[in-house]
Ligand binder design. Structure first.
Ligand code: HEM
Length: 166
């Protein structure tokens, strides 16, 4: 009985502590359902070394690429509606974190898994293709060499599996 009371007391203590540690959302962002943050949520292993990060122009280059991709995604009639209800402040932040993590920039990705983040949007293969086009155009604007673009795209391609549900 005493053990049970102790377990209950401990779990009551542990749960809020964990919830506090999980950075579900930041100031200026809408709340999201609780989830466990993990580097695995980024959906790809990072490149080794800082060669890719440097080729992308570090934090400033990646930030411009994310902005360029999202600008196109939210204005292209093929994809604009998909982002209508999205918290763009959060999406911009989590995409920067994810790209930085994958490119070897040393960031911690705190967002949801690719499956979790996309399971209710009902994406089709054509949506994925359009997003890749937007990313390619944003990378071209930053003069990222073609073979460097392709190395990055090869990391993202398997995410088709977790993001496209229809
Ligand atoms: C390689 C492919 C993709 C990657 C790396 C990616 C990355 C992400 C990330 C990091 C998030 C935020 C996770 C979070 O909030 O915790 C997210 C959410 C989202 N993504 Fe993607 N995504 C991909 C494909 C797509 C495609 C193809 C579309 C549509 C054309 C799309 C539309 C969205 C939308 C609308 C959200 C916000 C969902 C919400 O409001 O809850 N994504 N994505």
């Amino acid at each position: 009985m005493r053990l049970l009371a102790l377990t209950l007391a401990l779990s009551a203590f542990a749960v809020p502590a964990l919830a506090q540690n999980a950075p579900h959302h930041r100031a200026g962002e809408e709340a999201v359902d609780p989830y466990e943050a993990s580097p695995a949520n980024a959906g790809a292993e990072p490149f080794e070394g800082d060669e890719m990060w440097t080729a992308f122009g570090g934090a400033e280059g990646v930030s411009r690429i994310v902005d360029g991709m999202l600008e196109r995604s939210t204005t292209d009639p093929r994809t604009a509606d998909i982002f209508r209800a999205t918290d763009m402040v959060r999406l911009r932040r989590t995409l920067r974190e994810q790209f930085c993590f994958i490119l070897g920039g040393g960031c911690i990705y705190t967002g949801r898994s690719m499956a979790d983040a996309h399971d209710e949007i009902g994406l089709q293969a054509s949506d994925f293709g359009a997003l890749v086009e937007h990313l390619q155009a944003a990378m071209r604007d930053e003069s990222i060499p073609f073979h460097v673009q392709n190395r990055f795209l090869a990391k993202l391609a398997p995410m088709h599996r977790d993001t496209v549900t229809r």
